[in-house]
Write a protein that binds this ligand. Sequence first.
Ligand code: HEC
Ligand code: HEC
Length: 359
Amino acid sequence: MILAGAQSAPAEDYVWPLPVWMPPPPVPADNPMSAAKVDLGRHLFYDARLSRDGTVACVSCHVQERAFTDGRETAVGIEGITGAKNAPGLANAGYFPVLTWANPHMDSLEFQSLIPMFGENPEEMGSAGQDDRIFALLAADPYYATAFPEAFPDRPAPDLFTVTRALAAFERSMISVNSAYDRYKYWGETDALSPSAKRGEQLFFDHRFECYHCHQGAMFTDNLQTSRSSQPEIGFHNTGLYDPYPAAVPGLIEITRRAEDAGRFRTPSLRNVAVTAPYMHDGSVPDLRGVMAHYATAGRAPGHPMKDGMIAGFTATEAEIDDIIAFLESLTDEDFLSDPRLSDPWPDGHPANTNRIMP
Ligand code: HEC
Ligand code: HEC
């Protein structure tokens, strides 16, 4: 059966920017990739007209040079409204079976984009109840007048279905697997890493530090799903950040209501981590040295009853800490941070960006 509106442009013309060793992310059957759709999604991502007053776009909190984070402790949305959580990076978002810091049900990029647009707790783009007006505004733009029909031949107008699918297709194209560490590990460039980063790699994968237990695999997280996975890996952990947890950020327990989920958050990927400060779900750790200090002391709340057993603290020399940080810095993918395929497509002074707030 073919559902009305479920048709998209031919997918064959989209080429994943991927090396042979990395399979593509999974793609939902009702949203195949196409070059036209990814380009449309890119324009929407940078378009502040998706917000109530034309000031907030996705890029207002997800900036390419910062691996699609914003440099703030917690995100600031429409009318300066400040949320309780740090904006996570979007590199490789298509590979994460669950999205956001602590919601086990948030498993789709298509659905996720509704939250910043229409969510009210906190308001980010503030567009609840404004959809018809906003979609009419988009339909009147000459670029969209051709881009929507090209991306969605059978459903050519801006609406919830097409906008969220185009955004998700663009996000799936945000692939970042070309760091110095990748060149060293997968391409055999033995001098791509400094001696310090090589020592740091050994320490990162050493039992004394335990980092790799949670930050494991191709994306340095235990949350991974590729088009070849038989089932997704999903990992939430309590790293001893608080005891008790502030009401604004209780962790997984907020959704599951299970006591053992207090203070548990999704393990973030460490790709590009050197450019995504400040760190943790609430941005409360300013730099990588602070992250190392946090783990060395077994967290600020070393006695939290739900803290993961791997967060046990360690003793390390300054030189060893420097080495682990050098390793983390080698996970930065400079090409990704400046890839023109992911950059702002709108000319300066276009209605999409004239009033757009940037962090
Ligand atoms: C006001 C700032 C802000 C704006 C605007 C914003 N985001 Fe976010 N984004 C966040 C925050 C904060 C989170 C984490 C939310 C949470 O954990 O509950 C997030 C999470 C995400 C995630 C999950 C990433 C992951 O790995 O878990 C995706 C995907 C995302 N945003 C995409 C978008 C898209 C697409 C738009 C535009 C439609 C957008 N965001 C607009 C702040 C923002
Ligand atoms: C028990 C699992 C676990 C272990 C072990 C672990 N981490 Fe984490 N890590 C997490 C989780 C979960 C978070 C997010 C916590 C939060 O936001 O409250 C995190 C956050 C981070 C962040 C911040 C990332 C960001 O985007 O904000 C860095 C950097 C990091 N860890 C590095 C390390 C290093 C280095 C080690 C080893 C010393 C380590 N981790 C050990 C689970 C773990």
